[in-house]
Design a protein around this ligand. Sequence first.
Ligand code: NDP
Ligand code: 8X3
Length: 256
Amino acid sequence: MSSLSKKITFITGASSGIGKACAEAFAKKGSNLILLARRKEKVAEVAKELGKKYGVKIIYFQADVRDYKQVKKIISSLPQEWKKINILINNAGLARGFSKVYEGEISHWEEMIDTNVKGLLYITREVLPHMINNGSGHVINIGSTAGHEVYVNGNIYCATKFAVNALTQSIRLDVLDKNIKVSTVDPGMVETEFSLVRFSGDREKAKNVYKGLKPLSAADVANAILFCAAQPPHVNIGEIIITPSAQASSTNVYRR
Ligand code: NDP
Ligand code: 8X3
């Protein structure tokens, strides 16, 4: 039997990309799931399909991680048995825009900071007390190579992912005596809805990001996240950096 069987895994941003792939990877290992995203039909569809396919229990919520009141209400009103959250995957996040700071859209900045930093904090703030109550837990943040190295026009997105990196390290210190593990999985180029969102629905621009190379798939990243979660209790994987083989850094990419 898998070590994840009957565990409860809470995944934010489960309606597409890496979050959706995690939902599938964890359900396949027998984990029950709490899924959250803003697009209700999409997250409902993921829950329905995986519940049927893997026979695990799944509850889902339409919610915006930027809304602290909503986040608090959802987590505090979880049925008692669902409050025993074993694993939190802080995945909800996005990039918006790709321009110089002196030409950037303030609304894009607010959206990235509010989602990637404040949203991650709101969720973590509400979930950690339950893990502490339960005497164990595992927080897995989804950072990025952009949280290790800046690139031209990456500015605010990179800053939010540097913040995720700092928060991962800080939270690990905060819960050191609580039997709670904290990991970060930091991907390079993954083909999901990410670039479509960054370029506000421009399919051509989004496609060009991955031109001439084989990017990671969401399932590749989910596999690394699963690896972190499946270690024995005394082992914590602190950080995984995962890129396509054709990517050596944010800007050094080999395209055929
Ligand atoms: P997708 O756009 O495919 O998925 C993003 C997910 O986040 C969606 O489910 C979206 O759901 C959810 N989300 C966004 N904003 C909110 C919000 N305010 N409240 C709740 N959910 C939200 O992209 P990825 O799967 O690629 O991105 C997942 C994470 O991986 C992000 O944190 C991203 O920064 C990170 N990452 C991605 C890389 C890539 O190249 N793709 C590389 C490195 C890191 P909905 O719109 O329904 O709310
Ligand atoms: C996503 C990877 O290179 O677009 O975090 O910043 S990148």
